[in-house]
Design a protein around this ligand. Structure first.
Ligand code: G3P
Ligand code: MG
Length: 229
């Protein structure tokens, strides 16, 4: 079962920082999940629209120049990372789920991500791109047919797996609150991997393992590694 550090090993290190991603790998995670915004011509790693929860900055991520974002403290002296820096520090076997929170232009976003992968020799096969914004995901898949898409949902979709099928997804990313064993079976029958977020309690980890879920997003990869061993 895959163990993906949700925003890195974010219970023990500041979320969505290089320290959190490195720690997740030290804790023997399979890989990490992170959240991204587009800032000028760069892709930066941060979860919220507003800077105040996770950094010493103020205002919205999208209302500042990149130089300001990069000057901030994202916790324990960590910078808001560039996505390309994450490609640079992850081992080549790590699975990386990039969850898009915001982008301004699909073409420039794709150019940037492909450039980052090539420069850092991080394998594109290890990447899964997801977003709650399925319109962006559809455009990305059209422009880059080989890329792995994660069909991300916070709800139990009314059309079952239709949305994942429409997105030509590799995996289904479901909230722990709504996933059930029947849906996991349906997804497997449709050839999809099932990844569940956010799973921090050992009982939930064991239940999902019993259902045959393929992976979890967790803030505590160390605990997951012990529980799922
Ligand atoms: O990608 C899974 C999960 O991270 C989605 O929710 O709010 O933690 O980004 P959130
Ligand atoms: Mg996320």
């Amino acid at each position: 079962m895959w163990i993906l550090g949700h925003r890195g090993a974010s219970a023990a290190a500041p979320e969505n920082t290089l320290a959190a991603f490195s720690l997740a790998m030290v804790q023997h995670a399979t890989g990490v999940e992170l959240d991204v915004y587009q800032a000028e011509d760069e892709i930066v790693v941060i979860h919220d629209r507003w800077l105040n929860r996770t950094t010493n900055g103020k205002g919205m991520v999208t209302s500042h120049p990149l130089s300001y974002l990069r000057s901030l403290d994202a916790g324990k002296g960590e910078q808001i990372p560039l996505l390309s820096e994450v490609f640079g520090i992850l081992p080549p076997y790590a699975v990386l789920n990039v969850e898009i929170k915001h982008l301004t232009n699909v073409d420039s976003w794709l150019r940037k991500i492909r450039e980052g992968l090539a420069q850092n020799r991080f394998p594109a096969e290890n990447l899964i791109i997801s977003s709650f914004n399925h319109r962006w995901i559809r455009q990305i898949k059209q422009a880059w047919p080989e890329v792995r898409i994660g069909a991300l949902t916070a709800t139990y979709p009314e059309n079952g797996l239709g949305f994942a099928h429409d997105l030509d997804a590799f995996s289904l990313h479901m909230a722990l609150d709504v996933v059930d064993e029947c849906y996991v079976k349906e997804a497997h029958n449709a050839g999809l991997k099932v990844l569940v977020y956010t799973v921090d309690h050992p009982e939930d980890m064991q239940m999902l393992k019993a259902w045959g879920v393929d992976g979890i997003f967790t803030n505590v990869p160390d605990i997951a590694r012990d529980v799922l061993a």
